[in-house]
Design a protein around this ligand. Structure first.
Ligand code: KG4
Ligand code: ZN
Length: 336
């Protein structure tokens, strides 16, 4: 059985995983950098330094957990874009050195494709064509995959990403970072109809997203109510915020799926952990006789298992990177 040692350091999680070519995860360790919470967002230099400090330790721990040594590893995989450049460079340099010293092939993985392939861990037989809704802290994209390497981005955000919208609203409400999981939890006890926040670009044939007007509407709402009132209705306000963001993600995905006749929809990226997104998508997709797939909760946020999962087919096709491999901060879903 071929095993891949995979690295993910694109943002504020240092993660190392061992996954085999049947998509079985033998270890997936994630060290989340809590330091950034004090700053209300990720501080790039701190992120790079913490990756550098921890990557060796986490690699050793992941290999112990997976009960493998370097001889059992067939290839080394690493996310190379998009992300914070300094953070990516730590993972890429480390993976390159390891591949070189072990004499094993190196596989470059696009982080967003990693999120998409996280779905393979639960559903190894899932193959394109499918429509992917990619929703994270930096991305909101609707990607129509005809095959694994023929795809078209049919919708994208014109400003903030959906995860960013959760994070920014959480910051306005002083709830902490990252905002998505916190809002998801508080919103469970609230009334989603309490405030009718705007859904931008709400037209049937428009598949692009926009969240900056929504963010301004939330800010205006908060400025026009007293802190006591906001505190008293925090569950209702967060539920309304969540509903507005999720409504826009679900309606555009469903509209495009109907138009294109897509039968399989997959959701990927940190926001795919959102409970309302999961339930709304399930019920809408069921009505149209299609299927929707989500990664298991543990593979929604940044992790190296998804990077390994995206490397499996590349290993099978022998699509290896050479040792001049570089990292890129550039956005977007593309193959390297
Ligand atoms: O994919 P990810 O871990 O990192 C990036 O590649 O950006 O996504 C992080 C984003 C953050 O914006 C976070 O607030 C959001 O995913 N997120 C959620 C939930 N869990 C994470 N958003 C809404 N609901 C959640 N349960
Ligand atoms: Zn991510």
């Amino acid at each position: 059985m071929n095993k891949i040692l995979a690295f993910e350091t694109s943002c504020d999680d240092t993660s190392v995983a061992v996954i085999d070519t049947n998509y079985k995860v033998h270890a997936n360790l994630i060290s989340s950098q809590t330091t950034h919470a004090d700053f209300g967002g990720v501080v790039p230099e701190l992120a790079s330094r913490l990756h550098l400090k921890n990557i060796m330790k986490i690699t050793k721990a992941a290999m112990i957990k997976a009960e493998v040594d370097f001889d059992d590893i067939t290839a080394v995989a690493v996310s190379v874009n998009p992300g914070l450049i300094g953070a990516l460079l730590v993972g890429v340099s480390f993976a390159k050195s390891l591949a070189y010293s072990l004499g094993k092939p190196l596989i470059a993985v696009n982080h967003m494709l990693g999120h998409i392939y996280a779905n393979k861990i639960e559903n190894p037989d899932l193959e394109p064509p499918y429509l992917a809704l990619v929703v994270s802290g930096g991305h909101t994209e609707l990607v129509d995959f005809k095959s694994y390497d023929v795809f078209k981005i049919v919708g994208r955000t014109r400003d903030d990403a959906s995860g960013e919208a959760f994070d920014k609203v959480a910051k306005l409400l002083d709830l902490g970072y990252p905002g998505g999981p916190i809002i998801d939890r508080i919103a469970k006890n609230g009334d989603p109809e309490f405030v009718d926040f705007p859904r931008a670009m709400n037209r049937k044939d428009v598949y692009d997203f926009s969240f900056s007007g929504f963010k301004t509407a939330v800010r205006n709402y908060l400025e026009s109510h007293s802190p006591d009132y906001i505190q008293e209705h925090i569950a209702d306000i967060t539920a309304s915020v969540q509903k507005a963001i999720i409504d826009s993600l679900v309606s555009k995905t469903i509209n495009y799926a109907r138009k294109s006749g897509t039968k399989n929809i997959i959701v990927a990226g940190g926001v795919s952990a959102n409970s309302l997104l999961r339930s709304e998508m399930q019920s809408k997709v069921k009505k149209m006789g299609a299927k929707v797939f989500f990664p298991a909760l543990e593979y929604c946020m940044d992790n190296a298992a998804m990077i390994g999962a995206a490397a499996v087919q590349k290993l099978e096709r022998k699509e290896f990177a050479d040792l001049s491999l570089n990292a890129f901060s550039t956005k977007g879903v593309r193959f390297i």
